[in-house]
Design a protein around this ligand. Structure first.
Ligand code: S3P
Length: 182
């Protein structure tokens, strides 16, 4: 089996995809890409502004385009937005050489962690963020669960989660990363 060329981190808002992804990229010597940031750059406005001015469908189309671009590159860790991997077929259709990792988080913890970045999380900006998070998460879990690997982030630091991902990558048969040659 050829070496893995990219990692995609998926999971609900606030699961730590960006912080863990940045650390993993450093450890692997790969580039870190944040999907929300790429969409914002391509659109020239914030995630919240895209939702408010053009609607969620427009955001999803831009997100799909940017993810495809990012996943055509080698040596990258991509932190996908929480809704990207929730679309049916996304994880089954990943390009060869891409390992997907689901970072699990509860709705309660997600809402606690997500608050400071609400400008990028219009879906949780309504009057009942916890109710919305519970509902969205229960609808999405079956898709997130299609990832190759999963790590529970509850009560764990970014460093712990990244270390666990690296450990799984090393022990998984058929998965080869640059770490093996270090
Ligand atoms: C979304 C998650 C956000 C962002 C947008 C929609 C979602 O990304 O893409 O607000 O549908 O779960 P993060 O998961 O990085 O917060």
């Amino acid at each position: 089996m050829p070496p893995s060329r990219r990692l995609v981190l998926v999971g609900f808002m606030g699961c730590g995809k960006s912080s863990v992804g940045r650390l993993l990229a450093r450890r692997l010597g790969w580039d870190f890409l944040d999907l929300d940031a790429r969409v914002e750059k391509a659109e020239g406005r914030s995630v919240a502004a895209i939702f408010a001015e053009s609607g969620e469908a427009h955001f999803r189309a831009a997100e799909a385009r940017e993810a495809e671009r990012a996943l055509s590159r080698d040596g990258v860790v991509l932190a996908a937005g929480g809704g990207w991997a929730a679309q049916p077929g996304r994880l089954a259709g990943l390009p060869e050489g891409t390992i997907s990792v689901w970072l699990r988080v509860s709705a309660e913890e997600a809402v606690r962690r997500a608050r400071p970045r609400s400008g990028r999380r219009p879906l949780l900006a309504g009057p009942d963020p916890l109710g919305t998070a519970r509902e969205l998460l229960s609808r999405r879990e079956a898709e997130y669960a299609r990832a190759h690997l999963e790590v529970d982030t509850e009560g764990r630091t970014v460093e712990d989660v990244a270390a666990r991902v690296l450990q799984l990558l090393e022990s998984e048969p058929g998965i080869h990363t640059p770490l093996e040659t270090c």
